[in-house]
Design a protein around this ligand. Structure first.
Ligand code: ADP
Length: 548
């Protein structure tokens, strides 16, 4: 090999905040604080406080590789911790407060967290668990000194006290880029949560990859970006790294994630690009309908985490002129895998054909390789017809889970690809179409029915607010689909009207054997519909078609 004559500079996360502080001097980070007011500062001020926190952590004895946990909403202190903890070579373990209590106990012990930084709103979650958390864990409350509550946590430290008096400058240490930087457990619908351990290199490379899609998702210089997706879920989809790099402002919503609150914050801060899961957009759209307008300046929404319905894309785009970009990914992928990136060919298509493409999961991001394979693991053609398990590899993709050999082996193929657990088609232009989760697909009489497609079609009915299609046992067909739905306020509809509506949208044998209306649908800790809970809830239900 003829070695290149270039510096071997390790890819450090700290270089991102340094770059933003030095160059993106016009931008601001705006936070809706738990204290109830709005806080704003520049990336330069963020770096100064991250530096103070880095010094404070070292003073507390935090060493390289040790885990420091956070349980916090999206806000400036959480953003500072992202850089302070990783910056000194420790590992920022973001805990999802929506995990069950025993999962929180599991992840803190599995990660061996030394310190827990928490928003005061999570004190009631943590207090009853203290005796089961790692021994000698220290608790830092992320609030002002005068907002420190009376609480039963042992010796709580105030965040502001911790950093006060520390130098606001640091020369970040440079170390092996493959060192772990952050840790995020997947919600684990079955079994224990699994730890996804990111490195400086993977985070840096994922951020570079995101630069290939950021522009098409409205994250450009001078844009104002709202990650509704939490910092405790898969790095808020990379927004805390990519926004500072491109020179976009960041708006953090704190704990107020309902439609009216998100609308107001967006309106007030003139958010141009907002990122989150479809459930959040249901709430925001309802508010837009109510007020008969969009939040001022709103241009683009990136919706990911679950399939986005055609009806949602059309309402955003046709009624309000808001572009929808659809993204797919996994915590295990840092997390972005693909987004609906359009070239001139797609942009030249008629509007409804563009929507046909936007309900697909999009094209791969730079740094991510994709393939689909059949049941024997042999690659399938990318012809838009063949479907099989979607597998990925790349510099932002896991090669196993943190300290979990069984889960690691189950997740990876012999040739080093990650099995996503998603079933997909890929068309010749590279658009991925998710057919289903391997565990959610409905196998009726030897044929497959895509629950995602069926849900998407049903969501086109104006009375349906949210819905899930699950497989129900059937003696003749093995499994048949059942639709469980919530209704838009004030609307009524019958099961047979839903089936009439679906009749010209899906194959006849796809029509659900039963339609059930419920008040609410269960969601997982990451905001996805929990089909496992639904299957459990309806395990004794008998389809009306059984015996026919
Ligand atoms: P969790 O912590 O719940 O596992 P992830 O975000 O890591 O959360 O979940 C990843 C899974 O979510 C994917 O494998 C896929 O099944 C589903 N998913 C993500 N984005 C989409 C999308 N755009 N359309 C359909 N499913 C999606």
């Amino acid at each position: 090999m003829l070695k290149g004559r270039m510096m071997d500079m390790p890819m450090m996360i700290s270089s991102i905040i340094d770059y933003a502080a030095d160059v993106r001097t016009d931008n601001v980070v705006v936070s809706n604080r738990v204290e109830g007011d709005i806080h704003r500062y520049t990336y330069g001020q963020a770096r100064a406080r991250a530096a103070q926190m880095a010094h404070a952590l070292k003073e507390l004895g935090v060493k390289e590789g040790e885990r420091v946990a956070t349980m916090a909403w999206n806000g400036y202190r959480h953003f500072e911790l992202y850089f302070a903890i990783s910056g000194i070579g420790a590992v920022c373990h973001t805990i999802n407060p929506r995990l069950f209590a025993d999962q929180i106990v599991y992840v803190t012990n599995h990660a061996e967290d030394k310190i827990l930084f928490l928003d005061t709103s999570f004190i009631p979650i943590i207090t009853p668990l203290v005796s089961q958390l790692p021994a000698d864990m220290r608790f830092v409350l992320m609030c002002d000194r005068d907002a420190m509550p009376d609480c039963e946590l042992p010796n709580p430290i105030c965040y502001e006290d911790l950093i006060s008096g520390q130098p606001d400058h640091i020369v970040w240490p440079v170390f092996d880029e493959r060192a772990a930087s952050s840790l995020c457990y997947t919600s684990g619908t079955t079994g224990n949560p699994k730890g996804v351990l990111y490195s400086h290199r993977s985070t840096y490379m994922h951020s570079m990859g995101m630069l290939t899609l950021a522009g098409s998702a409205g994250v450009t210089e001078g844009a104002t970006v709202l990650p509704v997706v939490p910092l405790f879920h898969a790095n808020a989809w990379g927004t805390p790294y990519v926004a500072p790099l491109v020179g976009a402002n960041l708006v953090f919503p704190g704990g107020k994630l309902d439609g009216p609150s998100v609308f107001d914050l967006m309106d007030q801060e003139k958010v141009s690009s907002a990122w989150g899961v479809p459930t959040v957009w249901l709430g925001v759209l309802a508010e837009m309908r109510k007020r008969g307008r969009k939040p001022e300046g709103f241009e683009c929404v990136l919706s990911g985490g679950s399939a986005v319905a055609r009806s949602m894309i059309e309402e955003f785009q046709n009624d309000y002129g808001v572009t929808v970009v659809h993204g797919w990914g996994m915590t295990e992928m840092s997390p972005i895998g693909s987004t609906t990136i359009f070239g001139s060919t797609q942009k030249a298509l008629p509007k409804d054909k563009q929507v046909d493409l936007k309900i697909l999961q999009g094209r791969r991001m730079f740094t991510v390789d994709i393939r689909i394979v059949d049941e024997d693991g042999d690659p399938l053609p990318q012809d838009g017809e063949a479907f099989g398990e979607l597998q990925v590899r790349g510099s932002g993709v896991i090669d196993g889970y943190h300290e979990d050999e069984t889960a690691s082996q189950a997740a990876m193929t012999a040739d080093g690809w990650l099995k996503t657990g998603d079933v997909a088609k890929i068309d010749p232009e590279g658009f991925i179409q998710l057919v289903d989760r391997t565990k959610d697909v409905i196998k009726s009489g030897g044929e497959w029915i895509s629950s995602i497609d069926l849900e998407n079609a049903a969501l086109g009915h104006p009375a349906i607010a949210e819905c899930a299609v699950i497989a129900m046992p059937h003696p003749k067909w093995a499994e048949r689909p059942m639709l469980v739905a919530t209704l838009v306020e004030g609307q009524t509809v019958t099961a047979s009207q839903i089936n009439e509506f679906l009749a010209d949208k899906v194959a006849k044998w796809w029509l659900p054997d039963d339609v059930i209306f419920v008040d609410t649908l269960p969601h997982t800790a990451t905001g996805k519909l929990s089909k496992m809970t639904l299957r459990e809830r309806f395990k004794d239900h008998v389809l009306p078609t059984v015996g026919q």
